[in-house]
Design a binder for this molecule. Structure first.
Ligand SMILES: [Zn+2]
Length: 226
C-alpha cells in the first residue's frame, strides 16, 4: 500500500512539477504570488512550465530556457537552479526580471523563424566540415595547409554567427523582461550580481575576441541596451 502511495506521489510530483515549482518560488518570495496569478504571466507562460532543478549554480546565470521538440512542435520550459531560490541571492524584483527575461526567450518569434533553422543549418555545416576533413585524412593520409585554413575559417565562421544570433536573443529577452517589469534598477542590480557571480569564458583572451566568442553579451552591453 505504501509503495503504491509513493508511486502515486512520484507521478503527481512529475505531472505537477511546474505547479510545485511556482509554489516553491512563492514560499521564498511571497511578493511574486500576484505576478504568477497575473495575465502578464499566464498569457506568456511556457507550455512545460517552470522547473526548479538542482544544478548547483548559485547566481543569476542559474536560470535558462529549454526547448523541446515533440510532434513537430516546440515546447518551452524555464529552468531555475534550486540554489538560486534557496539561498535568497536575489531580491523578488530581480528574480521577477529574470523570469520575465526567460519569458522573452519563450515568446521570441525570431527563435522559431530564424534562430532555430539557422542554428541547425550551422550545425550541419560544421558536421560537414568535420566529415570532409576526416574523409580527406583517410583518403590522402594528409591535409594541405589550404584545406586546414578553409575548414578552420568555415568552422569559426559558423561559431561566430551562432554566437551573434544568441547575443541578439539575449538583448531581445532583456528588453522583453524590462517591458514587463518596468524596473530598470532591478535589471541592472541583477546583471551586476550576475557579473560578480559568473565565471567569464575566455578571460585569457583580448576583450574584443572574448566577446566575439561568447554567446552571451557582457553585462555592461546588456545594461546599455536596456
Ligand atoms: Zn537569456
Amino acid at each position: 500500500m505504501k509503495k503504491i502511495k509513493n508511486i502515486l506521489l512520484l507521478i503527481s510530483l512529475f505531472t505537477f512539477q511546474s505547479l510545485f515549482s511556482i509554489e516553491t518560488i512563492c514560499q521564498e518570495y511571497p511578493e511574486l504570488h500576484s505576478f504568477f496569478d497575473s495575465q502578464d504571466y499566464k498569457s506568456r507562460a511556457p507550455k512545460n512550465g517552470i522547473k526548479i532543478i538542482d544544478t548547483g549554480i548559485d547566481g543569476p546565470q542559474g536560470a535558462s530556457t529549454n526547448i523541446e521538440f515533440r510532434e513537430k512542435k516546440m515546447f518551452f520550459e524555464i529552468v531555475i537552479s534550486k540554489n538560486l531560490i534557496d539561498k535568497n541571492i536575489l531580491t523578488a524584483e530581480e528574480l521577477k526580471f529574470i523570469i520575465c527575461h526567460e519569458l522573452g526567450h519563450c515568446n521570441d518569434a525570431d527563435l522559431l523563424k530564424k534562430v532555430v533553422p539557422i542554428t541547425v543549418a550551422l550545425f550541419a555545416c560544421k558536421v560537414s566540415v568535420c566529415w570532409y576533413t576526416v574523409w580527406n585524412l583517410l583518403k590522402y593520409k594528409t591535409l594541405s595547409a589550404k584545406h586546414v585554413a578553409l575548414s578552420g575559417c568555415v568552422f569559426m565562421g559558423c561559431e561566430l554567427l551562432k554566437n551573434k544570433l544568441n547575443r541578439d536573443g539575449e538583448y531581445f529577452a532583456d528588453r522583453y523582461g524590462f517591458a514587463l517589469t518596468k524596473n530598470k534598477e532591478a535589471a541592472i542590480s541583477m546583471l551586476n550580481k550576475r557579473k560578480k557571480m559568473s565565471k567569464k569564458k575566455y578571460s585569457y583572451l583580448p576583450k574584443f575576441l572574448a566577446q566575439l566568442l561568447d554567446d552571451h553579451p557582457t553585462e555592461e552591453d546588456r545594461i546599455n541596451v536596456l
